[in-house]
Each structure stands twice: as C-alpha cells, then as structure tokens.
Design a protein around this ligand. Sequence first.
Ligand code: HEC
Ligand code: FES
Length: 307
Amino acid sequence: MSNKVLPQEAPNRVLLDRRNVIKLIGSACAVSSLASQLSGCVVAEVFTELGTTFAFDLSTPQFAPLKTVGEAVDVDDAAGRPVILIRTSESEIMAVNRICTHTQCDMKLGSFGEWDGEKIICRCHNSHFAPTGEVLNPPANRPLPSYQVRFDATNESAEIIFQDALEEEAGAEAGAEAGAEAGAEAGAEAGAEAGVEAGAEAGAEAGVEAGAEMLNNPFGDDPSSITEGEELYQANCVFCHGESGVGNAFPDADAFNIDQSGWTDAHLFGVLTDGISGTSMGSYEETLTEEERWKVVSYLRSLRTDQ
Ligand code: HEC
Ligand code: FES
C-alpha cells in the first residue's frame, strides 16, 4: 500500500482514465461506488474527451508513399496504436489496426505483414484483410478494427480519429476474459490428455478406447517423412521458429535445435493440433492433416541436439 493520499478531486480525474471509464460503462453508471459519487451519467461527455487523434502529413518521407493511390505505410505508434494506412482513392485514406485478429501477430509491413496493393496479408497464418479491415481469408474470423481518417487532399494533411477506441478496448477486455476462460478449458483438456498418457504408461492394454490418440509418432525418424516435414515447416513455421529451428524469429517462439527430451511426441502433436491458447502459436488442425502434423514432428525431432 502506498501512503500517498488521493487528492479530494480524485473522482473527477479518474473519469479521464480509460480503464475506469470502461468500468463505469460496464456497470451502467449506477452500481459502482465511484459512479455513486457522480451527479448523473457523464459517459457521453467522456467519450468526446477521450477521442484521440493522430495527425500526419504526406509531405514527410514516412507518409510520402500515400501520395500514390494503392500504396500503404504503417505507423508503430499512432496515439498508442500500431496502424496500417492505405491510400484507397484520390480522396480517401483508410486506417486499420495492425494487430491480426487471429492470434495477434503484429502485421508490420515487410515483417509479418504484407500489403500486395489490394489486401493486407498476415504471414503468420496467411489471413487476408481488405483495407476496410474485413476478413478476406481465414483463419482470422474477426475484422481488424478500422478508424476514421479525415483527409484533405489539397494540402496533403490527414488525421486519424480514434473515436471507437473505447468500444475497441472494452471489446478487448471482454476478449481477454473469454481468452482466459478458453485457456482454462484448454488447460483442463491438456490435463486430461496428460492423464491419458499417464494411464497408458501405467501399462493398460493397448488401444483401451476406440479413437484414443496415438501417443507415438507413426513416422518416427523415417527420412522421407523428415524431408516432407521440413517442407511443411518451411511453409508454415519458419517465419516464427526460424531456419533449422533456431527459435525467436517471432518473440518467444521456441527453438527446436535443443535438447527435446522434455517433450513427448504426443505433446508436440497436441501443440500443432490445438495451438497454445492466448499466444501466437495457432492451431494447425485445419491446415495440416494428421499425417502432415506427425511428419512435422519428425522434422522437429531431427533438429534436436540431445543425441
Ligand atoms: C506466428 C508465429 C508462429 C508460427 C507461425 C508457429 N509458431 Fe509455434 N510457437 C509460437 C510461439 C510464440 C510459441 C510459444 C507460445 C508460448 O508462449 O507458450 C510457439 C510454441 C510452439 C511449440 C511449443 C513448444 C513447447 O514448449 O511446448 C511448438 C511445438 C511449436 N510452436 C511448433 C510450431 C510448428 C511446428 C509450427 C508450424 C507448423 C509453428 N509452431 C508455427 C509461434 C509460432
Ligand atoms: S493469420 Fe495472423 S496471426 Fe494467424
């Protein structure tokens, strides 16, 4: 506990803090003890006060590409957000959030993001988005948040207006909660799987249940499976896990050129199938067949250094 005493006018200041405003809205301006100190509901007012903007000018080198229709640039920090700006017509510039709605890869252009003149491509798992933020290709299934841009083509100045920032953040909070729940569920599943494994090891008969998951890689270290697995790895994983599994091409992406004795085949297969909830490690259940996932496991195993 800090021994600083909040000044008397603290409740008013608190109003200007985003998270508290979201909570106020969430609690319908009535139930929270903070709200009860307020005379009336001030949410509408707060909205305008919080509307942040980001001004930019096409005469500066960073934004100069936007002089040409069909070009795009990105900004790391537009009033706190990473955005992609696209000149879609003579009179219009579009702005969308750069964070992929699939598993939150930052689609920085030239890194995990690509603008091909028509759409934004997320290199993490190949989602496509229109300049409006609309999803054109899965696995993403939610649009990118898009922002209004006030653009004056005559003097080449523009401004992004983050009016919907509050909704977006409230949404993100709800999303985080849902994510935590999903995570808990995934955890429970993982626990169940671990249980299954332990059971199998305890020496129960083979194939106890019909449809029980295979625990060992049917392809093992078969050379042609490793070669096939390597091709699949190059197409799907190398962006994040690096050449030959050196890791960290994407923040926190594990290395595979290490001692892998802590991982069972079933664990690796399970991660490929389900992904890791709440991280950029996505599920490959839809994109790779069961056989292909096992062949990728064969390849990952070939990278280990413990033998
Ligand atoms: C968008 C980046 C990204 C892509 C693409 C990606 N991964 Fe991952 N992967 C990660 C991250 C980040 C983690 C760590 C997640 C965490 O924090 O636990 C991870 C974790 C893993 C793990 C878990 C290791 C452990 O400690 O249990 C395995 C296995 C794995 N990835 C394999 C793959 C394979 C194989 C592919 C391709 C089919 C792939 N990943 C594609 C980012 C990625
Ligand atoms: S496609 Fe973008 S994070 Fe998966």
